[in-house]
Design a protein around this ligand. Structure first.
Ligand code: GAR
Length: 238
């Protein structure tokens, strides 16, 4: 396993409050970030969101952070010589907030492998497909074109393989006759919000971690992705 980032603090070391510190990366709208923020504000999640970082200076997600009084930082890839230089700078800014966990919530850039490895086990991503199906872009259109009856979203630990890290949990929806990529995306989004919140909750409560051989749930290897429940928890199904 790669060495952890030197700025990483042990999870939940903030004076016994039992809350983990989180930094969010987002490129656009920020509805997944907003959902996590709302859950934090309701007291439903044992987290503190320290900052929102973006690669797009016009990302609406930055406005959500500013309105909430959370650090909002944008760096432009155009100002760096290459991907690795940009990613080193962005993640150095993230590390200043000493996050226990980095959450990619609609962050649309591939991240340099060396930077990803520094955050091994401490970075998760939400992706709008039932991975390993449809890594990359246009997931809703690809599910419709393939004639899939079921579509969904996944939360996974981030590794150097794009959208290929170990899956923690998935939410599923049926693909309906007449669905377009837009209708499918709109129906999936509220489930994404619950899926991401439940996954973050499970990590913050030390139920989920990335072990040497993959995801561990309550100290045991996870054999299949968990599913979010109405009470906000994650459960095994089947
Ligand atoms: C979400 O649907 C998320 O799953 C997707 O971007 C959207 C962001 O929405 N992420 C990816 O496609 C990553 N490969 P949001 O900005 O409203 O949270």
């Amino acid at each position: 396993m790669p060495p952890p980032h030197p700025a990483l603090s042990p999870i939940a070391n903030d004076g016994g409050e039992g809350k983990i510190s989180i930094v969010i990366l987002a490129s656009g709208r920020g509805s997944n970030f907003a959902a996590l923020l709302a859950a934090q504000q309701r007291g439903d999640l044992p987290i503190r969101i320290r900052a929102l970082l973006s690669d797009k200076s016009a990302a609406p997600a930055l406005d959500i952070a500013r309105a909430a009084g959370i650090g909002a930082i944008a760096l432009s890839p155009r100002n760096f010589s290459d991907r690795a230089a940009f990613d080193r700078a962005l993640f150095a800014r993230a590390a200043e907030f000493r996050p226990d966990l980095i959450v990619l919530a609609g962050y649309m850039r591939v991240i340099d492998a060396a930077v990803v490895n520094e955050w091994h086990g401490r970075m998760i991503n939400i992706h709008p497909s039932l991975l390993p199906k449809y890594p990359g872009l246009h997931t809703h259109a690809r599910a419709i074109e393939a004639g899939d009856g079921v579509h969904g979203a996944s939360v996974h630990f981030v590794t150097a393989q794009l959208d290929g890290g170990p899956v923690i949990a998935q939410a599923q929806i049926p693909v309906l006759d007449g669905d377009t990529p837009d209708t499918l995306a709109a129906r999936l989004l509220p489930l994404e919000h619950r899926l991401l919140a439940a996954s973050v909750d499970a990590i913050a409560r030390h139920r989920i971690a990335l072990g040497t051989h993959g995801v561990e749930c309550d100290g045991k290897p996870l054999v299949a992705p968990l599913c979010p429940q109405a009470d906000g928890s994650l459960r095994a199904v089947g």
